[in-house]
Design a protein around this ligand. Structure first.
Ligand code: FAD
Ligand code: UDP
Length: 378
């Protein structure tokens, strides 16, 4: 595809990637400093993996997997609230085990249903789980983590096969933080995430990031990779790179592994297809989860779309893999990244920092990076 003409070859900032990080930096630069930004994006759209679009039946779908927005910090929520109205985000997920649906994250209801017991309170449930826990002197990986907290039955039915399917790696060979993302509860809280601030942008994520970047100081070039333009653009202040580090350094130390997904969408002439937004299938099927996003976009329609997620090792980089090989390899790239700061090139975001980061976390990181740039170059 022919590249669009670039209006400003000497912007203040050259930003690689129009995902949340790229958009936040460009917005702040324009509003706070009137710095100009050129964002180059290899895809044909804004919003990175948060991108959503309206399908032929008028339903908003999350093209790169369901995005459940939640905020750890009110300050970050307040910032993003400038660009969207919200609806509540009461995300409910269930896991299908032996043909039955159980609440996920594991909570008191899951334990009662699975073990066919009634627990009067937390203490009783904990006492019971204590008899199942497998003691570990050191928690070395994701398997140890679940065995030591919930025992073999829950591990084998809810975690083991899901993790193998999702990562193509045995939980024994994954850092404990991989499964540690999922809360374990001894109360009846049914929600997928712990945060109180759980919201969905009323008009979707794409609209949110479009609103954020609507400024004549911001130029976005789609269908363009950094590699294509890097010799043509000389930013006056800095370059912000949000892509994968190994690509930037031309795989100098080798390739970082990523987990990717195939999404298969199906639309039905039905108001609702399943009882909650996400159903996980740890032990059946080749897909990990089935998502009916209408539960959280709250659109009204006689149709509904579901998506199936099939994990794979090739394709778009979605999940950094937290095992020894990749952690060590990234450390080597990190040294090069640090050195580049002296040349005014900064790496930020989920891909660039090779970390499993949520939207609120990358937005916070982007705001912090902007502050650093502002202090350094004002
Ligand atoms: P990205 O969104 O990845 O954007 C980076 C952009 O840079 C991309 O558009 C890419 O095309 C572009 N790019 C990369 N390299 C180049 C290059 N060389 N030249 C030009 N352009 C380039 N977070 C939550 O908070 N809640 C969730 O429920 C949630 N669910 C998720 C589900 C899935 C399946 C995935 C993959 C992620 C999920 N996330 C979720 C995480 C969320 O997507 C990220 O936190 C966020 O998108 C990271 O923003 P970013 O700007 O760092 O990167
Ligand atoms: N996980 C699992 N069973 C589940 C849900 C999650 O074993 O039903 C594990 C799996 O290894 C997964 C990790 O916990 O990758 C984190 O889960 P989360 O739902 O946060 O994954 P994400 O939404 O980020 O893909």
């Amino acid at each position: 595809m022919k590249m669009k003409k670039i209006k400003n070859k000497n912007p203040d900032l050259l930003i690689v990637g129009a995902g949340p990080v790229g958009c936040v930096i460009a917005e702040r630069a324009a509003k706070a400093k009137r710095w100009s930004s050129l964002i180059v994006e290899k895809r044909n759209h804004i919003a990175g993996n948060c991108y959503d679009e309206i399908n032929t039946k008028g339903l908003r779908i999350h093209k790169y997997g369901p995005h459940y927005m939640r905020f750890k910090k009110r300050r970050i929520f307040n910032y993003v609230s400038k660009f969207t109205k919200w609806i509540k985000g009461n995300y409910i997920v269930k896991s299908s085990v032996n043909g039955q649906l159980y609440p996920i994250p594991i909570n008191l209801n899951t334990l009662e249903k699975f073990f066919k017991k009634k627990f009067k309170n937390k203490t009783q449930a904990k006492k019971f789980i204590n008899t199942l826990k497998i003691k570990k002197r050191k928690i070395k990986n994701s398997e140890d983590y679940i065995l030591s907290k919930l025992g073999k039955e829950i591990y084998e039915n809810f975690y083991k096969n899901y993790t193998i399917k999702q990562w193509g790696i045995h939980p024994r060979n994954l850092n404990k933080s991989v499964v540690g993302r999922l809360p374990i509860r001894f109360n009846r809280d049914p929600y997928y995430v712990n945060q109180k601030l759980k919201v969905m942008p009323k008009q979707g994520y794409t609209e949110l990031f479009k609103n954020m970047t609507r400024d004549n100081k911001i130029e976005i070039l789609f269908n363009t990779s950094y590699e294509q333009i890097k010799k043509k653009i000389s930013p006056k202040i800095a370059t912000i790179y949000t892509g994968p580090p190994d690509v930037f350094f031309n795989f100098k130390y080798g390739k970082l592994d990523w987990r990717s997904l195939d999404f298969k969408f199906k639309t039905f002439k039905k108001n609702k297809i399943q009882e909650c937004v996400q159903i996980n299938f740890p032990n059946d099927h080749r897909f990990t989860r089935r998502v009916e996003i209408k539960h959280v976009t709250k659109q009204k329609s006689n149709f509904s779309t579901i998506s199936y997620e099939f994990p794979k090792s090739k394709g778009d980089p979605y999940y950094p893999i937290n095992n020894k090989r990749n952690v060590n390899l990234f450390k080597k790239y990190k040294k090069l990244i640090k050195k580049l700061e002296k040349k005014n090139i900064f790496f930020e975001g989920r891909l660039a920092s090779y970390r499993y980061l949520n939207m609120d976390e990358v937005i916070e990181a982007a705001l912090n990076l902007f502050k650093k740039l502002k202090n350094k170059y004002s």
